[in-house]
Design a protein around this ligand. Structure first.
Ligand code: MF3
Ligand code: CO
Ligand code: CO
Length: 271
């Protein structure tokens, strides 16, 4: 995701045609298919490197490219962010999941030049009620914001709905990272903040592609980056959760390019 001080809202936002939508559909559905396989793979005892290896193999065997690998020096093919890690966790052999851990896996694949970027939370074994509430709230905040998408709404409407919902559950919204435009490039305009005010920011137009990827903390929203230069953690060590979809604005709404194909969008049955 972008950091908000690289704000790109003033630079021009690419608008895409039907052929471009087809490209994003293909990339997005591969990202989703990979995330779909993790539902049964992730359990206590697995290392985050094994998760990375599984995703990497699947990306390569589908003739796609893992966008994070060597991106600005990132050393792995996916990000794995466990418990108080907010985002950009680096997979490693040493990091082994324990019963009760929650983990975000963020997959970005490049297919025919198009980027499909999506992340979900997974649970290692049984998680506690507070963690469950955090995961559900984060997922619902993303889906509520996607539900309002259509040409003419403002970028700020997205942040407003996410912030309002997360704070109504006594959680906080991370400020330091945001969603981003994508397509033939990994990160471009617009920056999609997950907090804000109604009617602020640019108006959405048909053909815009971007991600929404709220990071919600159980405690305070403040984060810090570890010495590896990547891993973002909550300053107060509280749990953090994130979900991400890549979307395209259509004539009357939005298309989600990264929907699950096996009903495992959420690791928990919330209905
Ligand atoms: N997939 C992340 C995003 O949502 C970006 C990861 S970049 C990396 O934008 F270098 F950390 F992998
Ligand atoms: Co992203
Ligand atoms: Co991502």
């Amino acid at each position: 995701m972008n950091t908000i001080n690289q704000d790109k809202t003033l630079s021009s936002i690419p608008l895409h045609n039907e052929k471009d939508f087809q490209g994003m559909r293909k990339a997005g559905s591969l990202a989703a298919k990979i995330l779909d396989t993790l539902y049964n793979l992730i359990k206590p005892g697995i290392s985050t490197e094994e998760i990375n290896y599984h995703c990497h193999k699947m990306i390569i065997s589908n003739h796609a490219v893992p966008a994070p690998l060597n991106y600005r020096g990132f050393p792995k093919s996916v990000c794995t962010s466990v418990n108080h890690v907010v985002c950009h966790g680096i997979p490693s052999k040493e990091k082994i999941l324990n019963e009760g851990d929650i983990i975000n896996v963020d997959v970005t694949v490049i297919v025919d030049g198009w980027h499909g970027d999506s992340s979900r939370m997974y649970c290692a074994g049984k998680i506690n009620p507070k963690a469950k509430k955090l995961v559900e709230t984060t997922y619902k905040s993303l889906m509520k914001s996607i539900a309002i998408l259509k040409p003419g709404i403002h970028l700020g409407d997205i942040g407003f709905i996410i912030q309002n919902y997360a704070e109504s559950k006594n959680f906080s919204v991370v400020r330091d990272f945001c969603g981003h435009g994508l397509g033939k490039v990994f990160h471009c305009a617009p920056s999609v903040l997950h907090f804000g005010e109604k009617n602020e920011g640019i108006k959405l137009e048909e053909g815009m592609f971007f991600t929404i990827e709220p990071m919600i903390n159980a405690g305070n929203w403040a984060v810090k980056i570890l010495n590896d230069g990547w891993t973002a953690v909550t300053k107060d060590k509280s749990l953090s959760a994130q979900f991400e979809h890549s979307v395209g604005i259509t004539k009357n709404g939005a298309e989600i390019f990264t929907l699950s194909q096996n009903g495992t969008d959420l690791p928990i049955n919330i209905l």
